[in-house]
Design a protein around this ligand. Structure first.
Ligand code: PLP
Length: 339
């Protein structure tokens, strides 16, 4: 996998740290089945705009945008989208215009949600924001914005929700290589890599990268939106497209794509007790801030699986922290009882 063949803009503070979590491991080890050894890969610290996983994808997406001579990027997400915040920041850094279309996907009128957190930062960057109702066709919305910009003589580059297409997924092929190299350096055998999965690009890139290297690292995505059959189908389709882009012709193993969607709760962006517990535990035991929409639910899934005995104590589990802590400021109410 020779990623230098693809246009890229270096943005991330990388390699991000791979750290052991001794206190969380000890805390969960007191449970009925003990705990595996818990590690964390700090992709919440990728740099630009407080970091997060989208910066990894944006290295390749913005590389392509620049190669195509774009002067404006258009993307979409939920109101508290971390992807929109990171895309806006990278656009500003590269001197490009930016339009974001935000979907009222989460049913809430909480002013913290509507105007705080990521939205506050989006507005600080002065990007153009348009809103759409829940369940709008958001891909159609960015295409419509793109046509309008073209009619004004601009050269727009459209980025799908979450930056999840084969170009964006290259960012996580790169992380698969980075992580395996770090683990090799410290003699760490990784038995499981666990993370939150939404628009599928993170998991697709990781699975494609691990498969292409024949690394033998099993990846588990904890879903935050879709039911398992749909999420696994989305991840598989994007993994196969990413492998094709890389020129890897070996077929993907039937069990390479694994998602657990038991921790979504009432819906995307709606808090669950497990999420509140996970965010609180990581803050109190490790001084690490997860987020309420993605990594909090991902960690809630990992914690529940540990308590159910899904791992042995001598296994090494790496949790990929995908970022999003800015979203905590949009969810003050969910954490008021934990204070
Ligand atoms: C977007 C996002 C994810 C999910 O990544 P996908 O590539 O969309 O599956 C996970 N965590 C955070 C914090 C995110 O912003």
């Amino acid at each position: 996998m020779h990623l230098a063949r693809f246009p890229r803009v270096k943005l991330c503070h990388a390699p991000t740290a791979l750290e052991f979590m001794p206190n969380l491991t000890r805390h969960l080890d007191a449970g009925p089945h003990g705990s595996p050894q818990l590690w964390i890969k700090r992709d919440d610290c990728t740099g630009v705009a407080t970091g997060g996983n989208k910066n990894r994808k944006l290295e390749f997406l913005m590389g392509e945008a620049k190669a195509m001579g774009a002067d404006h990027v258009v993307t979409q997400g939920a109101v508290q989208s971390n992807h929109v915040r990171q895309t806006a920041a990278v656009a500003r850094k590269l001197g490009l215009g930016c339009t974001a279309v935000l979907e009222h996907r989460v049913p809430t009128n909480d002013p913290d949600y509507q105007d705080g957190g990521n939205v506050l930062l989006d507005n600080l960057m002065g990007i153009d924001i348009e809103y759409r109702p829940a369940d709008a066709n958001m891909q159609a919305a960015i295409e419509e914005v793109g046509e309008r910009l073209k009619a004004q003589g601009k050269k727009p580059y459209l980025i799908p929700g979450g930056g999840s297409n084969p170009t964006g997924a290259l960012g996580y092929v790169n992380v698969a290589m980075e992580l395996v190299s770090q683990a090799n350096d410290i003699d760490l055998r990784i038995d499981r890599l666990v993370h939150a999965t939404g628009s599928a690009g993170t998991q697709a890139g990781l699975v494609a990268g691990m498969a292409a290297m024949n690394a033998g690292v099993r990846v588990l995505g904890i879903g935050v939106r879709n039911p398992k059959p749909l999420q696994e189908a989305n991840v598989r389709k994007l993994t196969e497209a990413t492998l094709a882009k890389l020129g890897v012709s070996a077929p993907l193993a039937a069990d390479a794509v694994e998602c657990n969607c038991d921790y979504v709760g009432a819906g995307y962006g709606i808090p669950t007790p497990g999420m509140v517990e996970a965010v609180t535990l990581l803050a109190r035991h490790e001084g690490i801030f997860l987020d309420p929409v993605y990594s909090g639910k991902g960690m809630a899934g990992l914690i529940d699986l540990i308590r159910k005995g899904a791992f042995r104590r001598d296994e090494n589990v790496v949790f990929l922290h995908t970022g999003g802590a800015v979203g905590l400021f949009a969810y003050r109410q969910a954490f008021s009882a934990a204070a």
